[in-house]
Design a protein around this ligand. Sequence first.
Ligand code: PLP
Length: 392
Amino acid sequence: MQFEHFDTSAMMAVTSRPELVFLQGQGSWLTDQAGKRYLDFVQGWAVNCLGHSPAVLVEAIAAQASRLINPSPAFYNAPAVELASLLTAHSVFERVFFGNSGAEANEGAIKLARKWGQIHKNRAFEIITFENGFHGRTLATMSASGKLGWDSLFAPQVAGFPKARYNDIDSVAALIGPNTVAVMLEPIQGEAGVVPASMEFLQSLRELTLKHGLLLIVDEVQTGMGRSGKLFAYEHAGIEPDIMTLGKGIGGGVPLSALLAREDVCCFQPGDQGGTFNGNPLMAAAGLAVLRTLLEPGFLPAVAEKGDYLGHRLEQLSARHGLGGERGAGLLRALMLSDDSGPAIVEAAREHDPVGLLLNAPRPNLLRFMPALNVTFEEIDRMVELLAACLG
Ligand code: PLP
């Protein structure tokens, strides 16, 4: 594809991209090659939790880059040690392994659970996951995902991921057998269309897994790091999982993820887990800057408040346009449409002039909203105004 002075033919075609190249971003706004501005309510799929190029992140990365970029994961480095300590101090977990993507953190969680099963549960290896769940794009995490059509894409799948129905505790209980070692789920299924697990379901899952001596793994790649209005979404249900994975927001836009586990689950031995870039100080310094910001007094309550406001504005819009209401938590929300016009609305919003709006439709019958966690009330109002113009 050739447009303006960009020739994109050397890029592998893995998704259909519009004819625009973003050159700059600041906060909730992006600017393309033609100088057009876009209000961004996708933020790299819930990645840029502090918006585009926030000063705190730019400064942390620049300072760390000039100090030390990567001494090798075979040595400790100061930002990784500090970030691990901060994450464990603010969660129910005691140990952290850093990765580069959500899928990699989930691969690590799967490996840790299988290793634990080898040692403590007579080599049990099955991890019960959920219909419509999403855990990443490596072979094991695609197999753990319950996305329609993924069971035959790149077949054969990695074995050992029976699928239960989300929010249906009996369907989980029915799958438990001698080979079961863990249950793994997203507290809110993001790619499925922002479908929250009920508090009762999460609490029953914890009871059920404890009763059967199984590990409970929460994939908080999308819901973690403040997205739900609390630092981690499992906190809403008052449960204590055994393993958690983080990605997306943890680096504020740079490749960083984490696998967290309780001490008695940490059974990796030297050589079991690792990777060239894992826990490098450059990314860890970014993660540290992000987490310190999220922990500032008032930051997370403001996310919850703006989440409620976004929900309220979407509910109003839904009533006015005869749509199907909204759902979600914090600043991860969805607006249900009355038909499959999601992709068309996303395109119309992006092409809206003179200011575009970036939205996402993980399912054709709904729109997903994942703005920066420091989005302003005015930006939420502006988004609703732009969206209303497109719906109209
Ligand atoms: N887990 C969940 C819940 C996700 O939403 C995603 C990405 O959307 C992933 C895992 C995979 O993360 P990554 O794309 O960083 O590999």
